[in-house]
Design a protein around this ligand. Sequence first.
Ligand SMILES: [Zn+2]
Length: 70
Amino acid sequence: MNSSVTVLPPLPDVARLLPRQQMAMDCAVCARPLGASGRVLAEVRHLGLPFRLWVCVRGCPASRPAFLAI
Ligand SMILES: [Zn+2]
């Protein structure tokens, strides 16, 4: 057992995100407005541009990420 290994959830596909999610206005996972809170999930590149994916600071309220339901 290696307790330092963190299992990460699958990253959303930037190409499938809504513009508001790409612009870090809404959560990249559940699409809820982030407001003043949020945390960086990952930094990815899409079409040669860097995107910083933001998610709910306390975890998404939805039991299943919206992008997995597509
Ligand atoms: Zn969320």
